[in-house]
Design a protein around this ligand. Structure first.
Ligand code: ZN
Length: 196
């Protein structure tokens, strides 16, 4: 199977095959302290090659503005998603299903989604809050690089996911600008333009 289009919609109703893996990915070289060490050592985040120039420019510009963010979690395979889910179920029971997507329903599997973390003065923080300066900068600026806030506050009924101020999705600059300016979700964008 070829790599999916960069505007692919993945959610609970539009799931990927659990064994889909993008062909053309690269290893994001930021630092060792990322989400993947939560479960498996020495796995670095990977993204689709198409995303590389845009995420690099975003991180570079963020850093120049005193916003010290890193790519925390990026590509996750269907099997890896299952491992995370199993671990969370063991910790939190059924609450886990509200916090993390089923394998195939996570757009992390596309290699086009990024969870950001704060990495400042050697301190790693993967729990970006709505009012943190990093979240505010991303919300105001990520669209310029082709990324959208994928699970906005107040849109939980549409996206099927809780508000995640750290989770962004690369969709390309044109779509990102439209989604940002019209304050809509990717689901709404699809309903208006793709499914018509
Ligand atoms: Zn995420």
């Amino acid at each position: 199977m070829d790599d999916l289009s960069i505007d692919v919609l993945v959610n609970k109703e539009n799931m990927l095959s659990i064994d889909y893996i993008p062909k053309n990915m690269y290893i994001v070289d930021n630092n060792e302290n990322n989400f993947h060490n939560y479960l498996i050592d020495n796995i670095k985040p990977m993204l689709r090659m198409e995303v590389k120039p845009y995420i690099e420019k975003l991180i570079h510009d963020a850093n120049n503005n005193g916003i010290n963010i890193i790519v925390d979690s990026a590509f996750r395979s269907g099997n890896y998603q299952q491992m995370i889910l199993d671990k969370l179920i063991s910790e939190k029971g059924n609450e886990a299903y509200k916090l993390i997507a089923l394998p195939g329903a996570s757009e992390h599997q596309t290699g086009l989604a990024v969870d950001f973390a704060i990495y400042e003065n050697g301190i790693y923080n993967d729990d970006i809050k709505e009012d943190d300066k990093e979240a505010i900068w991303l919300k105001d600026n990520a669209w310029k690089y082709g990324f959208i806030l994928r699970y906005p506050k107040g849109k939980e009924d549409i996206t099927g996911f809780n508000f995640e101020p750290w989770h962004y999705r690369y969709v390309g600059k044109e779509i990102a600008k439209y989604v940002y300016e019209n304050n809509i979700t990717f689901e709404e964008y699809y309903a208006y333009f793709i499914e018509k």
